[in-house]
Write a protein that binds this ligand. Structure first.
Ligand SMILES: Nc1ncnc2c1ncn2[C@@H]1O[C@H](COP(=O)(O)OP(=O)(O)OP(=O)(O)O)[C@@H](O)[C@H]1O
Ligand SMILES: [Mg+2]
Length: 229
């Protein structure tokens, strides 16, 4: 069955367990469709499977059953090379920790995803990086090392890195979890503004009700399934 036209990313009846002495069933049957430009907050108690679900959406993990669709393709059927391309071109990732390389400047860090295809960034990637860094207030800091930035600034650099390849969808796992309240609020606002400006879809895992309320829809993970919150 082809994907529904407007869905940029979709889980169809996905199940996921972790084997072990005590096997853990995390997702029983989780379905989620995120349309172009839509913003979704994913909430639920600690251990309910939010990161597991986001990793499945991001093709960083594979489901036991069910399928994951990105840009109209069932990515559970792709080989490693095609999968790497989807991850690099169609998806942006933001984590709780910024994961910037400490020895590279802010500009070099945000250009990293654009190196993957050809080994050097295309000319327009450089321009886009400078424009986005200006946009998030980091223009004057582009030559700084991550260690010379504040926590909020580092996380804004991670946002630019997630956007550099013009992805269809950005997946964020607790993006404000390591920030103080003021920086968390500012980052939430920035994500919503970029969603509108860049037309990208956002799936944000968060414990923050404030951040969740800034998204257009909230879904809750409960007992291995997703419910509208
Ligand atoms: N690699 C793994 N092997 C075994 N069990 C795992 C693995 N990864 C996660 N789990 C288990 O799966 C469940 C869901 O974990 P997950 O990290 O998705 O939860 P979460 O909702 O993101 O929690 P938190 O809000 O604390 O980040 C937990 O019970 C966890 O212990
Ligand atoms: Mg988690």
């Amino acid at each position: 069955m082809p994907a529904i036209q407007d869905a940029v990313i979709e889980l169809r009846e996905v199940a996921k367990s972790y084997p072990g002495i005590v096997p853990v069933t995390v997702l029983r049957t989780a379905s989620l469709r995120v349309n172009r430009g839509e913003t979704v907050a994913l909430v639920g108690p600690s251990g309910s499977g939010k990161s597991t679900l986001l990793n499945l959406l991001g093709t960083l993990d594979t489901p036991d059953s069910g399928s994951v669709w990105i840009g109209g393709r069932d990515v559970t059927r792709l080989d490693a090379k095609d999968l790497a391309r989807v991850r690099n071109r169609d998806l942006g990732f933001i984590f709780q920790s910024h994961h910037l390389l400490p020895q590279c400047s802010v500009l070099e860090n945000v250009l990293l995803p654009s190196l993957a295809d050809r080994g050097h960034p295309p000319a327009d990637a450089h321009e886009r990086a400078r424009r986005l860094l200006d946009r998030v207030g980091l223009g004057p800091r582009h030559n700084h090392l991550p260690g010379q930035l504040s926590g909020g600034e580092r996380q804004r650099a991670a946002v630019v890195r997630a956007l550099i390849q013009s992805p269809q969808v950005v997946l964020a796992d607790e993006p404000t979890g390591a920030l103080d309240r003021a920086n968390a609020e500012a980052l939430g606002r920035l994500l919503v503004e970029l969603n509108l400006e860049e037309g990208l879809a956002l799936v944000v895992v968060t414990h923050s009700l404030e951040l969740a309320r800034q998204m257009s829809r909230i879904v809750e993970l409960k007992d291995g399934a997703l419910l509208p919150a």
